[in-house]
Design a protein around this ligand. Structure first.
Ligand code: MLT
Length: 215
C-alpha cells in the first residue's frame, strides 16, 4: 500500500455511504480537517492522509520551490500516489471506492484538483476551498457529471480570481458540473463556506449507498 500517515473513521448508518477524503493545507496534518467532516457530511466515513512533503517541517502534498512556484512533476507523481492510496485504503477499510468525495483546502484543494484531472475515477465529487490551476493537461479527462464545489475568497492574496475562474472553466470544459462560490474572505476559510458546501452536498443526487458515479 502506498502509505500515508492517516486517520480513518468508518461511516455510520445515518450517512449516505460516502467517504470524505480530507486534504489539509500547508502545515496541516491528518487531524487538521477532522472537525469539518461531520459539518460537511454527517455519518460519512473519513480518510484523512498527511501530506508527505515537508517544507521547513510543514507537511504538504507536493513540493513547491517558493510561494507560488510549484514542482509540477512532483505534483503529478504525488497525485497518482494519493489516488493509489485511496484505492488500497478502500480495500483495506471496506469503503466504496465509487463514493469518495474529496474535501481539500489550499494545498489540499490543489492536489484534489490534480487527482480530478489525472485520475478522475478516484473521486465521485470534490469540494475545493481556495484551489488554483496548476496542471493544464494536454488532453482533458472525462469528467462528465462530476460534481465540484469551489469556494474562493475575493480578498485572497494567494489565489487570484482569474485563477479560480480558469480552474472552473477547465473542469467545466472537461464536463464537470462546477458550482463556484465567492466569499468575502481572504485565503482563510469561513464557517459559512463550509455550510454552503454542506448545502451543495445535500443537493447532490446521491440516492443510496448502492448507487454512485459510474466508473
Ligand atoms: C499554500 O500555501 O498551500 C498554497 O497557497 C497552495 C499550495 O501551495 O498548493
Amino acid at each position: 500500500m502506498p502509505e500515508f500517515i492517516h486517520e480513518f473513521a468508518p461511516g455510520n448508518a445515518t450517512g449516505r455511504g460516502l467517504t470524505l477524503l480530507l486534504l489539509h493545507g500547508t502545515g496541516g496534518d491528518e487531524r487538521a480537517l477532522l472537525p469539518m467532516a461531520p459539518l460537511l457530511e454527517p455519518g460519512a466515513a473519513v480518510l484523512s492522509p498527511r501530506g508527505k512533503v515537508l517544507e521547513q517541517g510543514r507537511p504538504r502534498f507536493f513540493r513547491r520551490l517558493a510561494e507560488g512556484v510549484f514542482d509540477l512533476e512532483d505534483l503529478k507523481l504525488r497525485a497518482h500516489e494519493l489516488a493509489d492510496f485511496v484505492e488500497t485504503a478502500s480495500a483495506r477499510y471496506g469503503f466504496n471506492p465509487r463514493r469518495v468525495i474529496a474535501a481539500g483546502y489550499s494545498n489540499g484543494a490543489n492536489i484534489a484538483a490534480a487527482v480530478l484531472l489525472l485520475r478522475p475515477r478516484t473521486l465521485a465529487g470534490a469540494v475545493l476551498f481556495r484551489p488554483m490551476v496548476l496542471i493544464m493537461p494536454d488532453e482533458l479527462p472525462g469528467l462528465v457529471g462530476m460534481p465540484v464545489f469551489i469556494s474562493a475568497g475575493r480578498q485572497d492574496p494567494i489565489v487570484r480570481p482569474e485563477e479560480t475562474k480558469r480552474l472552473a472553466k477547465l473542469l467545466g470544459d472537461a464536463g464537470a458540473d462546477v458550482t463556484l462560490n465567492w466569499s468575502a474572505n481572504g485565503h482563510w476559510l469561513g464557517p459559512e463556506e463550509i455550510a454552503l458546501a454542506r448545502q451543495w452536498l445535500v443537493s447532490l443526487p446521491i440516492a443510496s449507498a448502492a448507487s454512485g458515479r459510474a466508473s
